[in-house]
Structure formats: C-alpha cells, structure tokens
Design a protein around this ligand. Structure first.
Ligand SMILES: *Cc1c(COP(=O)(O)O)cnc(C)c1O
Length: 362
C-alpha cells in the first residue's frame, strides 16, 4: 500500500484512518518458489471443476452480460446435498472471509465482548475493529488448546476456528456442545476452514442448536482458493440475518464462474475425499520428518503444521528458508514467535523442505 500523509488522510472517514487491516501471507513472484505459507492445497481441483468453468466460458458471449443468480440457489442446493442439510440452512459468500464479515455484523455487535482465543485467525480482531466490536481474548492453555471452561463468562458471542489456526489443534464436538449450551442467548461461530482434514464438523449439531453458525470454505480442502467461495450452515432464522446483511452490502457476491465451479466441486465428492486423504497422508509424513530433525510439532488436524525447534530461532529459520526459495509463515507475536506454520505440500515438496532444513541445521 502506498504511504499517505496525515494531510491527505483528511479525506478519509475518521474510523478508516484508524484501521489495522489484515496482512495476507505473501504471494511473491520468485522462480522455483515453494509456497508453504498460505495453506493452499498442493493438488489441483477436480477436472469436473475445470470443465464447468470452460462451459461458462463457451457461453460467455451470452451469459456474462447478465447478472448471476443473487441467491446462488444451485450452489446452495449442491452444498445442502453434500452436507445433508436444507437449502434454507445454507448461506454463501465471496470467500469465507466475506461470510465471516457478515457474521460479525449480523450477530456480534452486542453490548458485551465477543470471546475468541488469544491465538487464532488474525482476521477476527480485524473485523472486530472494523465493526467496532469489543472483544476479549481468551488464552489457549499451556498445550495451546482451547479450554471450554474459560469461555463460561458473560459474552456477546463466541468465535473459534476448529481446527484452530495457526495451532492446527482440533476441539471435539462435546466441548463445542458445552459452549452452545452455556450460551443459549448468544451465537457461537465455529470456523471450519480446515475441518475436512480430519476434525469433526459441527454441521451435525446445527439441527439441535438454534445459536450455532458453522462456517466453511472451498479454498483449502477443495483447492479453490482462487475462486472465492465460502459458506455458512445454520438454522434459517440465523441465515436470514446473514442474507439481510449481504443484501445491504452486495447482492451478487458469487459470479457465474464461481457458481459453476463450486457446484462441480460439490458434485465430485469422490475426488474431494481422495484428495483430502492424500493431504492427510502427506501431513503425517511431514510431521514425522520434522520430528526426526528435532522439531516439536503440535498435533494437527489441518493441512498445515505448527512446529518449533528449541535450538534455532524461528524467525531466522523462516528467513533462511526464504533464501532457498521456500516460504513458510512466521508470526512475530507473543507465545508463538518460536513457531513456524508450514503448509503441507505434495510428497516431493515436503521432501524439498526437509532436505533444505537438514542442510540448514547441519
Ligand atoms: C483461510 C481461512 C479462512 C478464509 O478462507 P477464504 O474462504 O479463502 O476467505 C477463514 N478462516 C480461517 C481460519 C482460515 O484459515
């Protein structure tokens, strides 16, 4: 972003002058780069997704002048079929980041603080500031786990990522049920961006809890980060609030390409499941390899590992890897500044990382 002088800022809305926006992992253009820093899937999406995009393209002259379906009904139906819910329980948005923004606006502007873990997805504080929502950060325990007992306090809502990011650790459904039962008058949001890599989804609880919102994305497990499709599952009275916010912001968030491609992805469940299994297998191999090099690796149910090495400074290690064309994510933040967040790559990519680390540590 270009620098703007205080004088030039006089044009900006006062609240915008104070914003501290989210900083995405870098997407640099370096030759032979190995990107293990933004949790993208190393495998391509289903061939059926590519065909679906091509068929929109084939009719582009006819269809692109027309708005897409504002409700993306076909996509809602495809999601509902796969997740065994009703279409009335599905909300779709332009990436789950957008869905989360609508969730914060729809449910969290309350007179008590919203609770989230101290170490969690860094977009939550950004949205809280954006919507002027007071929050309370609840520390993870010494093992970097969420302890449900710590959330038993008056609140304006709760949001957790499950598995949590960047720790990769998953929380069981019984713990989530305790949170839901303790907060009958507040919305509890479970951000399941990584759930398909081995955690239990809270979608199975939606029918029983009128205060639960589950948020998922096609970006990670469906290899569609470039498409920007995320969704939420909840009972219809909560979906209605999200629709009200969405239709006050952008009524056509999902374009024709995205609808067609995401529908094709949900219709090719066999490919999806096989590919998740491949990532899980690679994750376990990578964890073993890192542990053999002396790393402590937190137990991951995601497509990334959170790892630290007692003998080396994590920030310096991230820099050294960068020098070898390998990007991992480093957070210079309290409690986690000796950890690296490493996206699981293909077997060959993981081997390159391990070989490079071995050489660096020798
Ligand atoms: C990646 C991620 C998202 C955002 O996903 P998009 O659908 O690509 O916007 C949301 N929550 C968490 C925890 C994530 O890691």
């Amino acid at each position: 972003m270009s620098t703007v002088s205080t004088e030039q800022m006089r044009f900006w809305s006062p609240s915008v002058r104070a914003l501290e926006p989210y900083v995405p992992g870098e997407q640099p253009k370096i030759q032979n780069l190995l990107k293990l820093n933004t949790n993208e899937n190393p495998y391509p999406p289903s061939e059926k997704v590519v065909q679906a995009v091509q068929s929109v393209l084939a009719n582009a002259a006819d269809v692109l002048r027309l708005y897409p379906d504002p409700d993306a009904s076909e996509l809602k139906q495809a999601i509902a079929n796969q997740l065994h819910v009703d279409t009335q329980q599905v909300f779709v948005g332009n990436g789950s980041d957008e869905v989360l923004a609508h969730i914060f606006k729809a449910f969290f502007v309350q007179d008590l603080p919203v609770l989230h873990p101290d170490i969690s997805y860094s977009f939550y504080p950004v949205y809280s500031q954006f919507f002027e929502i007071e929050t309370r950060k609840i520390p993870l325990n010494a093992q970097f786990e969420i302890d449900v007992a710590d959330y038993q306090q008056p609140n304006g809502g709760i949001i957790i990522a499950n598995p949590n990011a960047p720790t990769s650790i998953a929380l069981g459904l019984s713990a989530i049920e305790k949170m839901l039962q303790a907060n009958p008058n507040r919305v509890v949001v479970i951000d399941e961006a990584y759930v398909d890599f081995g955690a239990e989804s809270a979608v199975s609880l939606v029918a029983r809890y009128d205060n639960l919102v589950v948020c998922q994305t096609t970006s990670k497990s469906r290899s569609l980060a470039g498409l920007r499709v995320g969704f939420a599952i909840a009972q219809p009275h909560l979906i209605a609030a999200l629709e009200a916010v969405k239709n006050s912001f952008n009524s056509y968030p999902i374009d024709r390409f995205a609808i067609a491609a995401a529908v094709a992805s949900f219709e090719d469940q066999a490919y999806f499941e096989a590919q998740c299994q491949k990532v899980i297998a690679c994750r376990e191999q990578l964890a073993t390899g890192l542990e053999a090099l002396g790393f402590r690796v937190l137990p991951s149910k995601a497509n990334f590992l959170f790892a630290s090495l007692a003998s080396h400074d994590a920030g310096e290690l991230a820099q050294a890897l960068r020098g070898h064309g390998i990007l991992v994510r480093y957070f210079n933040m309290p409690r986690i500044n000796q950890f690296l967040r490493i996206t699981v790559g293909t077997e060959a990519q993981n081997q390159r990382l391990l070989d490079t680390l071995k050489a660096l540590l020798a």
